[in-house]
Design a protein around this ligand. Structure first.
Ligand code: HEM
Length: 213
């Protein structure tokens, strides 16, 4: 028994999410939450607008990184279309969840939705700032923000549910970058320098906004 157990090969811990993906994710979450919470108050307008611009910049960065980033950050790795998403959801319902080391196909659709709604919310917010009589655009801006909130809540619920179904904590890797997998599945570089550059650019932008207010 002891020998049989010692012969079991447990998967190694491998790097999956590079630093730019993690920095992007948590900055995006902070920006959206902060912008949403400050949306009703005139006193917090500068913070609201600054977080909106930051969200727009982060999304542009993520779109570029989706083409040139590491393996699991690339759209080609995780965008598989509605049929693959439906098949993944069916596998969950049948209690035999398909396993993906990167994003699963259903999560991928939510990710594309979040990127699109984030871009639409930021763009309509910018239009509201430019126009003096922008009531219609304000309505559109609020609608996009509320749709994004709904999708964020679905996203968080889905992460919790699939963590339970897969018996795998999916949240911790969004901080540490690592998951259980085979060594050949690991990405080779964490791209820490690019992640730090994103943080630096955001920090300088926030400082400039505060200085010029
Ligand atoms: C405003 C809030 C949030 C937004 C806008 C958001 C958006 C996103 C986006 C765009 C991705 C894709 C990451 C990438 O590939 O670059 C993602 C993935 C992920 N998010 Fe969030 N997120 C939010 C909050 C959260 C929270 C609170 C949690 C933790 C409970 C969370 C957990 C995750 C996890 C685990 C993944 C990876 C999913 C997977 O394994 O496929 N997110 N999120």
């Amino acid at each position: 028994m002891k020998n049989a157990r010692s012969r079991q090969v447990s998967p190694a811990t491998v790097l999956v999410w590079d630093v730019p993906v993690r920095v992007f994710h948590w900055l995006l979450a902070v920006c959206f939450a902060g912008a949403y919470l400050t949306s009703e108050s005139e006193d917090w307008r500068l913070v609201h607008v600054t977080l909106g611009y930051t969200m727009a910049g982060l999304i542009v960065f993520r779109l570029v990184w989706g083409f040139i980033g590491s393996r699991y950050a690339r759209f080609s790795d995780f965008v598989r279309g509605p049929a693959a998403a439906a098949s993944y959801l069916r596998s969950l319902l049948h209690g035999k969840p398909q396993h993906f080391l990167g994003h699963n196909p259903a999560g991928a659709l939510a990710i594309l939705g979040l990127l699109a709604l984030g871009a639409a919310t930021a763009a309509t917010g910018w239009i509201v700032l430019q126009e003096s009589s922008a009531e219609l655009w304000e309505e559109v801006h609020e609608t996009f923000a509320n749709l994004m909130l709904a999708l964020v809540l679905i996203h968080i619920a889905a992460v919790i549910v699939s963590s339970r179904l897969h018996h795998e904590n999916l949240v911790a890797p969004m901080f540490s970058g690592v998951k259980h997998g085979q060594p050949e599945q690991a990405i080779r570089r964490g791209w820490c320098s690019i992640g730090l550059l994103v943080l630096l650019v955001v920090a300088v932008f926030w400082w400039l906004q505060w200085k010029m207010s």
